[in-house]
Design a protein around this ligand. Structure first.
Ligand SMILES: *[C@@H]1O[C@H](CO)[C@@H](O)[C@H](O)[C@H]1NC(C)=O
Ligand SMILES: *[C@@H]1O[C@H](CO)[C@@H](O)[C@H](O)[C@H]1NC(C)=O
Length: 247
């Protein structure tokens, strides 16, 4: 390649990059010019916002039969539609997704209802960005460390521990939840004593007579099976250590 051609190529690449970033700037300015992060993204006040909640269990840290708790690292995945955050990609240089700090958009105050400690958000490793698609779909993935209440029968070989997620303040007429995808990562999950054998989630409504309001949660059962012999115990223990370093 001649030096001249290379120079031309370089200049055109730079021009392209500058053009793309101008489009993104124009788009973000347009999207957020009248945006209020406190307002639920619904057209009518009587409309509810439906948020899909999914969980990927990354690591089982500890099942504690004395404290009746279990600790895990999980990805909490939330998806919803924000009608204000839609655009036509052809008007913005073909951009079909943008990433913004999660503090820039309205989002639910999702908490772990059966937390044995403070709200799960306090264990978040970093405040992640959200992804916004041109059709208004917003995706938020938080990596959290959970310590959840779970009544543990230590003599049983199969137990189920719950992860219960719901909005702290918004009742069902304002925010509804629907179960998303629940999965475990077989390469990452490891505990000296227990193996995750399955996960299943469902939507649960709970009525509070005192306030005459219903709240929705997504209740996930994490099935655990006790490891059989010492060899299994040793192996999974080593694996747990390796994974702790990976994180
Ligand atoms: C604990 O599990 C054992 C073995 O499965 C069972 O026999 C026992 O009834 C369970 N105890 C309670 C309190 O559920
Ligand atoms: C979890 O365990 C329960 C019994 O405790 C069982 O009914 C259910 O099918 C199991 N679910 C999965 C996903 O393994």
């Amino acid at each position: 390649m001649s030096a001249q051609l290379f120079a031309i190529l370089l200049i055109s690449l730079c021009a392209c990059a500058a053009w793309a970033s101008e489009d993104e700037k124009k788009l973000l300015t347009k999207l957020f010019e009248n945006y209020d992060t406190r307002v639920r993204p619904v057209l009518e006040n009587s409309d509810k916002l439906t948020v899909e909640v999914g969980v990927t269990l990354r690591k089982l840290i500890k099942v504690n039969p004395v404290a009746n708790t279990f600790e895990a690292i999980a990805w909490i995945v939330q998806k919803w539609q924000d009608y204000q955050l839609r655009w036509d990609p052809t008007h913005y240089g073909g951009i079909n997704r943008v990433y913004v700090p999660q503090t820039d958009v309205f989002k639910t105050d999702l908490v772990l209802y059966n937390s044995a400690k403070a709200m799960y958000k306090e264990h978040r490793q970093q405040p992640n960005k959200v992804m916004i698609m041109s059709d208004g779909a917003v995706l938020l993935v938080d990596s959290v460390k959970l310590t959840a209440d779970c009544l543990i029968n230590d003599t049983a070989t199969e137990i189920a521990c719950p992860i219960i997620l719901g909005s702290w303040v918004y009742d069902m007429s304002q925010i509804d939840l629907k179960p998303g995808t629940f999965s475990t990562d077989p390469d990452v999950i490891a505990s000296p004593m227990w193996t995750v054998t399955g996960m299943k989630g469902k939507r649960v409504e709970r009525f509070f007579p005192k306030w005459e309001l219903s709240y929705v949660s997504v209740n996930i059962d994490v099935n655990l099976s006790k490891n059989k012999n010492d060899m299994d115990v040793d192996k999974s223990h080593e694996k747990a250590n390796v994974n702790a370093n990976d994180l």
